[in-house]
Ligand binder design. Structure first.
Ligand code: ADP
Ligand code: ZN
Ligand code: ZN
Length: 731
């Protein structure tokens, strides 16, 4: 029998869609894929997405339930987003319903009408228009709002009103103001545009190459040394697109989305711009999403999940800092925003630019195989030159809270010569370890295979892996000794040492602990930027993406962490971090110097990096990957499992391994199961099985069958398991 079946993706951990009959009152021919539909699901109701309209179902007609209600006239998910998410769900082996939920702003997931979204403003009611603000002298803040709204008869965006929420609530309770939709009021455009720079030859050539191919898909890797003017290249290409009325979506890592970056885009163009990041409220996020979808915002800047933003007139995708691992989601739907961006650009038939000073080996590999075109900016702009490197051997050297004398001498020298100093240490807190000097006891986390970090100011011991914390102990729990000592150093401890050495010099620490309060990071970055603080000390937060024109010396306090990491990407990460941190030095007219403290001054990769630069390092690292058949020269996926007790996860992964072997797929090698490098975390034991294949197709085929079997396996119910395709980290 021919019928009309709605195939619907429902948010659930199941790897399938569900069939329904159309709601009674709805003409099936008006339904479009990508629309939200309310459906009965088990004993509850939920909101699913219509994937397709089918003619038959595997289920008998009598067993099909009718859907309840269609929520959208126009699909919320455009066909290109729907297609991309379906592809990603298949490629990353993540349930389709959950993947599609990720693609939607939260309030739409919950069923809000798209057009209600503009309710981000307020306007005066009939009654409110009769109120004379002068009579409100006892409520001056209410008076101000009334005055402001008088000037905006169509309503004013919430963000422009100078009042806390309670004042608006009071006014609304009095019936004087009401929320309103602000299709046009929110248009966030700058009044005047700053002038573009005159490009140098390399920049010009990059701009010309991309603008010559704006009409179709093409992928570019823009490899420009730090301070080479990559952003300026984006801006000038975007300028051409704005001329054509086409939109650009710019993806940046969370840490790279700084107020300065947004300011640079805002101050260059007078067109509306939308920003999407995790700090927005759900409503703000939806407002930005709508501006992108309607085509009003011509530039959209966002972090990872912004790859799912609909675009009315797409012209270009940009992924800045494309090497950054935060572009890959590390839990749930483990997609790579960079890789999805390339897929989306191809599907939209528009160009994409991947930019970085330290490209990922994946992207360099793609250049080698002529999948991407290589655009190179070898020099810094203007008078700035690249910094010079120096390795400081700290073996057998006395260290004062992590600072060796040669480094202290250099800091003093640069301060004397009116320079600004940036010190990098990728560890916050006072010390990563607390040890008893008498018996050797070490403070460890009860729930993780990890040590507790000593936080001096809060007088606490904290676990940076599970978040647990406890008061600092004063006596050793083993031997009662009071001789408890810090081992190793974090930024807090180095700050103290700097205070002792350079008491009269203004210092600034930037890490997660000092920037927790809202607005604090922006404030501190301003102080760093203005040069008011002479010594900057911080973690990656300080190291990436910023432009501090006065920094002349960069000190890397400990390069050793990355040299001997357990992950095959450790050295790549270390090299990227060193180059990015070093890139903060000498970005203006004064030459920069980089000093690296290490116990391994002769390490070959470190030597190669500082003598010949990142491209030479990357070539060598790629050759090593080739020899070891590791990505990008092969393809890998991880099956992870965790449970409250061993050997549950390992036993489960043994079964997974047997399943894989039983398929007879010889193109996929299996490694493990092995315990994760930190086996116990937050009270759960973790293990993993690595799958490696020369051909992507074979790996995909195996995983496709596997996840459907895992769903059925009863052992699977005793563990939390996940599949990670192209994992960013192997633990
Ligand atoms: P990157 O993104 O490669 O690190 P930026 O785009 O931030 O580099 O550029 C570094 C600095 O150089 C910025 O202050 C920028 O305004 C400036 N700049 C960019 N292009 C030019 C140019 N052609 N001439 C002079 N200054 C430039
Ligand atoms: Zn002790
Ligand atoms: Zn812990």
């Amino acid at each position: 029998m021919i019928q009309t079946i709605l195939r619907i993706a429902v948010p659930s951990p199941l790897y399938r869609s569900f069939d329904y009959l159309p709601p009674a009152s709805v003409a099936a021919n008006t339904l479009q894929p990508g629309s939200r539909i309310r459906v009965p699901f088990g004993r509850r109701k939920t909101i699913g997405i219509l994937l397709e309209i089918a003619r038959q179902s595997e289920l008998e007609h009598t067993r099909l339930k009718p859907a309840l209600e269609v929520l959208d006239e126009e699909p919320v998910l455009s066909s290109d987003i729907l297609a991309m998410t379906q592809w990603a769900s298949a490629y990353y082996h993540h349930p389709i319903g959950d993947a599609l939920a990720t693609a939607l702003p939260v309030v739409l997931r919950r069923g809000l009408a798209v057009q209600d979204a503009g309710e981000t403003g307020w306007r005066l009611t009939q009654a409110g228009r009769q109120v004379d603000p002068a009579t409100l002298s006892r409520a001056p803040r209410q008076a101000t709002v009334i005055q402001q709204l008088c000037a905006h008869p169509q309503g004013a965006p919430r963000s422009t009103l100078d009042a806390p929420a309670e004042v608006l609530r009071n006014l609304s309770n009095k019936g004087w103001i009401e929320p309103c939709t602000l299709e046009d009021a929110e248009a966030d455009a700058a009044p005047v545009a700053s002038t573009p720079h005159n490009l140098n030859a390399a920049q010009q050539s990059a701009v010309d190459t991309v603008t010559a191919s704006l009409k179709a898909f093409d992928a570019f890797l823009l490899e420009g040394v730090t301070g080479s003017g990559k952003t300026e290249v984006y801006l000038q290409i975007i300028d051409s697109l704005i001329g054509q009325g086409r939109q650009t979506l710019v993806l940046v890592p969370e840490i790279g989305l700084t107020p300065q970056l947004v300011k640079r885009f805002r101050s260059r163009f007078t067109v509306p711009l939308a920003v999407l990041h995790s700090g927005l409220s759900d409503r703000e996020r939806l407002a930005a999403w709508r501006q992108a979808r309607s085509g009003k915002a011509l530039i959209i800047i966002g972090t990872r999940s912004a790859i799912f933003t609909p675009l009315a007139r797409p012209g270009l995708l940009v992924v800045d800092e494309e090497h950054d691992s935060s572009l890959k989601q590390q839990d749930g739907f483990r997609y790579s925003a960079r890789d999805l961006a390339v897929w989306r650009a191809r599907q939209l038939d528009i160009p994409i630019i991947l930019g970085s000073a330290t490209p990922s080996l994946e992207s360099l590999f793609n250049v080698e195989h002529q999948r991407y075109r290589h655009l190179v900016l070898p020099n810094r702009t203007g008078a700035a030159s690249l910094p010079s490197y120096e390795i400081l051997d700290i073996r057998k050297q006395p260290l004062e809270h992590g600072l060796g004398h040669p480094l202290l001498k250099r800091i003093a020298h640069h301060l004397d010569h009116d320079g600004q100093v940036l010190l990098f240490l990728n560890r916050r807190g006072y010390a990563p370890t607390l040890v008893c000097h008498d018996c050797g006891w070490i403070a460890e986390c009860q729930r993780c295979d990890a040590r507790l970090t000593w936080h001096q100011r809060e007088q606490q011991l904290r676990c940076h892996h599970c978040g647990s914390q406890q008061p600092l102990v004063t006596n050793c729990p083993e031997c009662q000794s009071t001789e408890l000592r810090p081992l190793g150093q974090g930024t807090e401890r180095v700050e103290q040492a700097l205070a002792e050495h350079f008491p009269e010099v203004e210092r600034l620490r930037i890490d997660r602990d000092t920037t927790r309060r809202k607005g604090e990071l922006t404030k501190r970055l301003e102080q760093a930027h203005s040069g008011q603080a002479r010594i900057l000390l911080g973690t990656q937060m300080l190291a990436k993406g910023h432009h501090f024109p006065r920094v002349t010396l960069v000190g890397i306090l400990n390069a050793d962490q990355g040299l001997f990491g357990t992950d095959f990407r450790s050295s790549e990460r270390m090299a990227q971090l060193i180059v990015q941190v070093a890139g903060r030095a000498g970005r203006h007219d004064r030459a920069g110097q980089v000093a690296i403290q290490t116990h391994h001054p002769d390490h070959p990769l470190l030597q190669l990096l500082i003598r010949q630069g990142y491209p030479a390092f990357a070539r060598a690292a790629l050759a090593e990957r080739e020899a070891a058949r590791l990505p990008p020269c092969s393809h890998i996926a991880l099956v992870r499992a965790e449970a409250a007790r061993q050997p549950v996860p390992t036993a489960f992964l043994e079964r997974v391994r047997q399943h894989c072997e039983a398929t007879g797929n010889t193109g996929v090698e299996l490694w493990g199961p092995v315990p994760a490098s930190m086996e116990r975390r937050a009270g759960r034991f973790r293990a993993q099985l690595l799958l490696q294949a020369e051909r992507r197709g074979e790996l995909q085929q195996l995983l496709h069958g596997l996840v459907r079997q895992l769903e059925q396996m009863k052992e699977a119910r005793q563990v939390r398991w996940s599949v990670d395709v192209d994992p960013a980290d192997l633990f």
